[in-house]
Design a protein around this ligand. Structure first.
Ligand SMILES: [Zn+2]
Length: 161
């Protein structure tokens, strides 16, 4: 059984706008104060830790900052018509259309901006970052993204799978 560490809340949060699409509908534009929880499992290093808490927090905080005060655009949406202009993103859903200045948008390679997909995006980026730092002891990363108290989406990324 590997050891596990958890970092959560405090500075691991971001405020962002989004809308999801579902069942042929599109939510109105709205925002959340998101809270992020990260669980990392693995064997202990020679320092008897899985990952340095402060390193894991700073990696997660950097990702939160990419999203903070932005509109989260689901770049791979199958329901939205998305055009990347020179300085704006143009987004259409049936009769409705939005134009967002690029500086206000973070375009993510996800098909919908659900908490589940955001959690998956965080986990993928954290896995890359941990790998680049040589953290070969890490066996699994789980991320929870809470849209509001008591409502969160999770993704668990196991090593090699
Ligand atoms: Zn929402």
């Amino acid at each position: 059984m590997p050891h596990k560490i958890i970092v959560e809340r405090n500075t691991l949060r971001f405020a962002a706008a989004h809308f999801t699409t579902f069942a042929g509908q599109c939510e109105p534009l709205h925002g959340h104060n998101y809270d992020v929880t990260v669980e990392v499992e693995g064997e202990l290093t020679e320092d008897s830790w899985v990952v340095d808490f402060s390193e894991l927090k700073s990696m997660t905080r950097a990702l939160c900052q990419e999203l903070d005060h932005k509109f989260i655009l689901q770049r791979e949406s199958r329901a939205l018509q998305i055009d990347e202009g020179k300085s704006n993103w143009k987004v259409r859903f049936q009769e409705r259309g939005w134009v967002f200045p690029k500086s206000d948008v973070v375009a993510l390679p996800i098909d919908n901006s659900t908490a589940e997909r955001l959690a998956e995006w965080f986990a993928g980026r954290l896995r890359e970052e941990l790998a680049s730092r040589g953290a070969t002891n890490v066996s699994s990363i789980a991320v929870g993204v809470e849209e509001m108290p008591g409502q969160s989406g999770w993704w668990r990324d196991a090593a090699g799978g």
